[in-house]
Design a protein around this ligand. Structure first.
Ligand code: FES
Length: 357
């Protein structure tokens, strides 16, 4: 590499960030030039290049992903930029001898196909249903299934109004997947349609109204985790006026490209949700290379089909299924649909679904 090249751009030390555990009170020097032999930290090789290491002091014990591509806009942390330095997202061959030896897990009596490390694929039609007034609900993901950070509930309203629903002092992010209607969040009413994300602030309550001919189907991600929804007769009036935008739909102008796939943020920081993030994305007919995340993730498959893979198992996924992905679990999602797979996810704690290691 010539010196003139280094003056403009650092060397790409890797296309994945480096997982590190940082000690409380300790300072670290992140390599910005990409030449260090001790990635992701500086070893002095930057001398004469014009680059300087970036100092970071950990205030508490932290698990972090430090940038290795040296193109991040959030140094020293990964911001997902590495995904766009290659034309294609890293992929894996589902027909390799190793992958062909991996057995397929079937859904058991609990409606879930269990993979490694508490990861599972749920066929939501097979889950136990509960009734509260006009509302049918199912617990899809809770602590009972191994979740530590977020829960997911399925809410279905065939007709009319639901009872008032709430989850205490938690962030609640809803996704409408079918039907037409309205939602009242305290005294404020919003129209909702399929593939709309809806944000309920901690302490707020909501009531659904089905105004169409089809069943209203909603997934409710609840953070931190709750075991059951709570119900009330009357809506409280404590709408958080600081955040007035509560619904967000698909807008092609807001798509973010990630190599040969794309995603769009729905409920995120711009709506006031700082550590819980909802996105919708489309993936092409490939199997992603196995990877991990530092956040816990729930995924609803909206269209298409494929397989969810972990180290030693795989499970079929179809439109309408839900995937639960624990933090740090090695996994890979494969789309086998000749078109693409469309999915919506909630990550917690996290604000960027493009970050993986
Ligand atoms: S060796 Fe890369 S910044 Fe010091």
């Amino acid at each position: 590499m010539s010196e003139s090249y280094l003056k403009d751009l650092p060397k790409i030390a890797g296309y994945k960030p480096c997982y590190q555990e940082l000690e409380a009170g300790k300072s670290y020097f992140w390599c910005a030039c990409g030449l260090s032999k001790n990635q992701p930290f500086c070893d002095g090789s930057h001398q004469g290049t014009g680059f300087q290491p970036v100092k970071y002091t950990a205030m508490e014990y932290e698990e972090v992903l430090l940038c290795a591509c040296k193109r991040t806009a959030d140094a020293p942390f990964c911001d997902g930029t590495h995904n766009n330095l290659q034309d294609e997202y890293d992929s894996d061959d589902p027909d390799s001898p190793e992958n062909r030896a991996i057995p397929e897990a079937e859904a058991g009596d609990d409606g879930r196909a269990w993979l490694d490390g508490h990861c599972f694929v749920a066929s939501v039609a097979k889950l136990a249903r509960h009734e509260q007034g006009n509302l049918n609900w199912s617990a899809v993901i809770t602590g009972e299934q191994g979740a530590k950070y977020q829960s997911l509930f399925l809410l279905e309203l065939v007709t009319g109004h639901s009872p008032v629903v709430h989850f205490g002092q938690r962030d609640v992010i809803l996704l409408l997947t079918a039907g037409q209607g309205t939602i009242n969040i305290s005294s404020h009413k919003f129209a909702i349609e399929p593939e709309t994300g809806i944000y309920i602030r901690p302490g707020e309550q909501f009531r659904l109204h089905n105004t169409g001919s089809e069943k209203l189907v909603i997934f409710a991600a609840v953070c931190p985790m709750a075991e059951v929804p709570e119900f009330a007769e009357e809506l409280s009036s404590n709408f958080d006026d600081e955040y007035t935008q509560r619904t967000i739909g698909i807008d092609p102008a807001n798509r973010q490209v990630m190599a040969d796939r794309f995603f769009q943020m729905l409920v995120d920081k711009t709506l006031g949700s700082k550590v819980v993030t909802q996105f919708i994305g489309e993936i092409p007919p490939t199997k992603a290379a196995p990877h991990r995340h530092l956040y816990e993730e729930t995924l609803v498959i909206l269209r298409g089909r494929g397989y969810m893979w972990t180290e030693n198992k795989k499970a079929r996924v179809n439109a309408g299924d839900v995937i639960f992905l624990p933090r740090k679990q090695l996994h890979s999602l494969e789309c086998t649909d000749p078109g693409s797979m469309m999915l919506a996810g909630v990550i917690y704690p996290g604000d960027n679904p493009a970050i993986n290691y």
